[in-house]
Design a binder for this molecule. Structure first.
Ligand code: GUN
Length: 287
């Protein structure tokens, strides 16, 4: 069976161009969307993500406000900055890049962001709204995964979906979104007995566990659609490393109906959805 490679890069580029057009017409009405991104510390991967977010925000015609704080920034100082941004009318969305240094309480920080400016959809109000089917801001990575699934499959009603991983950022909101799309959803995780058996039932498999190439060809139902959220850097040769997902792409793609590559799948969609969320919350704030 020839699998279809889901081109996240190209779907994201189309989405970004649609967003840029909408931003342009909003600006003609005197509304200029603005996104504030806060990075605490010097985690190399976070620095790459934050740089990319800032660049794409500007390319979409939005204002990008970047705050880079030292690793030893006190929690109080971060809370003060968030409070200032909550009250700043030129800032529509606030994102605090995770993970935070260990001395900072992540939950306290997320809770301090005004729910209407919570562009990540991590605030308990938005999580609650997503679970109850209300007007939530949907976390960017699951939203991007859902868009690729719909692009590939159209209506998802009645399909069996297995989500590998139960994180607050991906696994749990992904499951909520798939339930909303009328899928039958299983969340499998590190304590699930016989995880392979669960996966073999899946028409849709979302892998978000952060374990390089965990999902093997014999875990897959023939023709299944596979979304790989993992971004793992592994040693390639003595002096080189490479990025791989949570799925053994080369072998799984022999059996799947469609699959996202790493890189070039979920990653570009996550940032495009961040821009989409910034636009959506700007519109909500101006209505
Ligand atoms: N770290 C890894 N992914 C994310 C994300 O989607 N949002 C934030 N704020 N931090 C992250």
């Amino acid at each position: 069976m020839m699998t279809n490679i889901i081109d996240g890069k190209s779907i994201a580029a189309k989405l970004r161009s649609r967003i840029a057009n909408e931003v342009e017409s909003l600006k003609q009405q005197g509304i200029h969307p603005g996104l504030a991104v806060i990075l605490v510390g010097d985690d190399p991967a976070s620095q790459v993500y934050v740089r990319s977010k800032g660049k794409q925000t500007k390319e979409a015609g939005m204002n990008s406000f970047e705050y880079r704080l030292a690793d030893n920034t006190p929690q109080e100082a971060l809370l003060e900055l968030i409070s200032k941004l909550n009250q700043d009318n030129s800032v529509n969305g606030i994102l605090v890049q995770l993970p935070l240094p260990r001395h900072i309480d992540e939950e306290a920080i997320i809770n301090a962001i005004a729910p209407q400016k919570d562009v990540d959809g991590f605030h308990p109000i938005n999580i609650g709204l997503l679970s109850t089917g209300g007007k939530a801001t949907i976390p960017c990575t699951p939203l991007g995964c859902l868009m690729m699934l719909k692009d590939q499959l159209g209506d998802l009603s009645g399909l069996k979906a297995v989500v590998l991983g139960r994180s607050n950022i991906v696994g749990k909101p992904m499951a909520s979104l798939l339930i909303k799309e009328n899928c039958t959803v299983t969340i499998a995780h590190s304590k699930t007995t016989c995880i392979e058996d669960e996966c073999r039932q899946a028409d849709i498999l979302i892998a978000a566990v952060g374990k390089p190439e965990l999902v093997k060809e014999n875990w897959i139902k023939p023709g299944a659609t596979i979304i790989d959220v993992g971004i793992n850097r592994i040693k390639d040769t003595e002096n080189n490393s490479k990025l791989v997902g949570d799925v053994d792409f080369i072998n799984v793609s022999k059996k799947s109906g469609a699959i996202t590559p790493v890189p070039g799948g979920v990653g570009p969609m996550t940032i495009a959805c961040l821009l989409l969320n910034t636009l959506t919350i700007t519109l909500r704030q101006n209505n």
